[in-house]
Design a binder for this molecule. Structure first.
Ligand code: AMP
Length: 215
């Protein structure tokens, strides 16, 4: 399976990607996670990316495409991969297609996870992540039983810097203007599938598996 996950920030792409990894053992490649790691480690790339991320803007294509190319060449991607948060615009999608053609491993599905706009804001402002194991929680819908600590590993929960209200608004605008057109891009390519991203995590996962022909 070589899958692109599409959907607005807060649609639950990361959560569903993690369930796909647990069940099918293929790597999730999240450009957002790779960039955040670089920011946390203070690498030159992280320093360049941070100013864009803090404003809710896209990091320049050149930076992200370099990261993706290196990652897709790793041996674990030979058995498939899930792209989460990449591509984010048509130029990235076209470059990705060219890269994968050369590697002889084209995308076989693009799955759009659709969530009404009104729900996205609450999902994003309520989102908390475990510092140790990256387990996700939501203070409104799926709070940790231990307050600010992770139920799974006891790690500290934190709110992403870009999950603050003003930045979220900008990220949703950037999604509409630059990323939403990819739905048409993959529809034209004949590989688009869609699921509703509303309901429990397991219900949505059931729909994801059905849409991808995995069950
Ligand atoms: P995400 O975790 O996917 O919501 O990404 C968080 C932030 O990282 C985004 O708001 C962008 O600033 C940056 N980012 C992640 N993926 C990309 C990408 N494919 N292209 C450009 N910027 C990205």
């Amino acid at each position: 399976m070589r899958l692109v996950l599409l959907g607005a920030p807060g649609a639950g792409k990361g959560t569903q990607a993690k369930k796909l990894i647990d069940n099918f053992g293929i790597p999730q490649i999240s450009t957002g996670d790779i960039l955040r790691k670089n920011v946390a480690e203070g690498t030159p790339l992280g320093k360049e990316a941070k100013s864009y991320m803090d404003k809710g803007e896209l990091v320049p294509d050149k930076v992200v495409l370099g990261l993706i190319e290196d990652r897709l060449k790793q041996p674990d991607c030979r058995k498939g991969f899930i792209l989460d948060g990449f591509p984010r615009n048509t130029a990235q999608a076209e470059t990705l297609d060219g890269m994968l053609k050369k590697l002889n491993m084209p995308i076989d599905s693009a799955l759009s996870v659709e969530v009404p706009k009104d729900d996205l804001m609450k999902r994003l402002t309520g989102r908390r992540t475990c510092k140790s194991c990256q387990q996700m929680y939501n203070v409104y819908f799926s709070p940790s039983k231990k307050g600010g600590l992770c139920d799974k590993c006891g790690g500290e929960l934190f709110q992403r810097d870009d999950d603050k209200e003003e930045t979220i608004k900008r990220r949703l605008d950037v999604y509409d203007a630059q990323t939403a057109p990819l739905i048409d891009y993959y529809k034209k390519g004949g590989i688009l599938k869609s699921v509703s991203g509303t309901g429990s995590i397991d219900e949505i996962f059931g729909k994801v598996c059905t849409a991808l022909g995995l069950k």
